[in-house]
Design a protein around this ligand. Structure first.
Ligand code: EPU
Length: 424
């Protein structure tokens, strides 16, 4: 296994480029299953473990893929298999994204249930409810979702999600574009990743109204054409890099981005005393030596993202005073807290609220990654901890951050990747 060894105390300065978005690339790859002819080229696909896992799933289904320097080519014309196996789905919950496209194209799908999640319950009931409303019959057999259409096509309907859901909105969109008639998705997610999926589907010939709003109206079409498409930047990677700049009191610029995707986070950085300068393609953060305590509450887009909660808590360990961080999306996503406390932080958890007492002197020790964003928060904390912080089980980080230590080192951090063996 690999670990990151971080020598804390360096101020970060300089410019880095944002990578392509993981959470947008995955549904784009799934949407490619909807095309039964031609080849699709997707640009700006990050080189990440989750992307490799999804590619393995596509390969398993009989899709031809090739990947070179962030360009992914996909040809689904020979796709025949409609089964997503447990071995792949358990590695990545986003595998559920193949359900909608497979049902829409073949009238059936068999997708393993994803199993447990590192940060509390992550049900898939909204995905199943939507597929049923579109006319599929669903049963759970031997740990698999068995979905089948009665007629030859799914049937347009109205789906009103009880909570905003990125994944189920994406899955429903991909099913509805080939359904017969009109589908209305109410309380749809407005995340940039969903907007990007709509744009890609529209480029392929889908008819969608309301992109970027909470109501999407989809007129089903009979088929889609293969089209090339460029993925958006990763807003969570960008915000994580900015947090690394902020916690070290440095000045960093992240380029190749759209600041509009991060408005809520940038507002919080300003509230914490950092100065933010944006132009159409970059964000510059100038840190402060007196970070102000800043409360955040996570919520669906356009509000503060849950995927930045852990990194924000790391930043608040260095703030003047006590801050409160509430996660309204995942109430149990706090595995990073005991590890941050092992570095010397003083954080308490009550229900879905973390109370962070700052500023605290962090001192390097060995800590363990438990999930993707928890790992990112430990790396951010390690940048200001005195001495050496070792972050174990870095495979979680590798799921979602492309060359993170290389990027941070280019800004002045001192991080090495080493392999190690776990006892027991
Ligand atoms: N939910 C249900 N039932 C469902 C689906 C969702 O109750 O069928 C609940 C969830 O438990 C959660 C809320 O609805 O409380 C929102 O979940 P959502 O469906 O939006 O999450 P997701 O699509 O499974 C994506 C990202 C996550 C990110 C969330 C929230 C991908 C591949 N994953 O997950 O990203 O945290 O949206 O923004 O896009 C990450 O990148 O670290 C990550 C976990």
């Amino acid at each position: 296994m690999d670990k990151l060894v971080i020598q804390g105390g360096n101020r970060l300065n300089g410019t880095v480029k944002a990578s392509g978005s993981k959470n947008s690339a995955l549904p784009l790859m799934a949407a490619a299953l909807l095309c039964d002819t031609g080849e699709i080229t997707l640009e700006r696909i990050p080189d990440l473990k989750d992307i490799r896992t999804f590619r393995k799933l596509l390969d398993y289904l009989g899709v031809e893929t090739s990947y070179h320097e962030n360009t992914l080519r996909i040809s689904s014309s020979d796709l025949r298999c409609v089964k997503a196996p447990y071995e792949l789905v358990k590695q990545m919950r986003a595998s559920i994204y193949v359900l909608g496209p497979l049902l829409a194209r073949f009238g059936q799908a068999s997708v393993s249930l994803p199993g447990g999640c590192a940060f509390g319950p992550r049900p898939i009931d909204f995905h199943l409810m939507a597929m049923e409303k579109l006319g599929a019959s669903i049963s759970i057999e031997k740990g698999f979702i068995e979905a089948k259409i009665k007629g030859s096509r799914l049937k347009g309907t109205t789906i009103d999600f009880p909570t905003t859901t990125v994944g189920a909105t994406g899955n429903t969109l991909m099913a509805a574009v080939l359904a017969e008639g009109t589908t209305l998705i109410k309380n749809a997610a407005m995340e940039p990743e969903i907007v990007t999926l709509c744009c890609f589907l529209e480029a392929m010939g889908a008819r969608i109204d309301g992109t970027g709003t909470t109501t999407l109206e989809i007129q089903g079409v009979e088929s889609l054409d293969a089209k090339d498409f460029t993925n958006i930047f990763d807003r969570i990677e960008t915000a994580t890099l900015l947090t690394a700049g902020a916690i070290t009191g440095g000045s960093i610029t992240v380029s190749d981005i759209d600041p509009g995707h991060l408005a809520a986070v940038l507002e919080k950085f300003e509230e914490s005393g950092c100065s933010i300068i944006t132009d159409s393609g970059s964000i510059t953060l100038e840190g402060t030596d007196a970070i102000a305590r800043t409360d955040v509450i996570t919520n669906p887009f356009p509000l503060f993202p849950t995927d930045m909660q852990a990194q924000w808590i790391a930043l608040m360990t260095q703030a003047q005073g006590t801050s409160h961080v509430i996660d309204r999306v995942y109430h149990e996503r706090f595995n990073h807290i005991p590890e941050l406390n092992r570095l010397g932080a003083r954080i308490e958890i009550r229900n879905n609220e973390a109370t962070v007492h700052g500023p605290t002197r962090l001192t390097g020790t060995t800590v363990m990654s438990t999930d993707l964003r928890a790992s990112a928060s430990l790396v951010v904390a390690g940048l200001v901890a005195e001495g050496v912080t070792e972050v174990l089980r870095i495979y979680h980080l590798d799921r979602g951050y492309e060359q993170i230590e290389k990027k941070l080192n280019s800004l002045g951090a001192s991080i090495t990747r080493e392999s190690y063996q776990e006892f027991g």
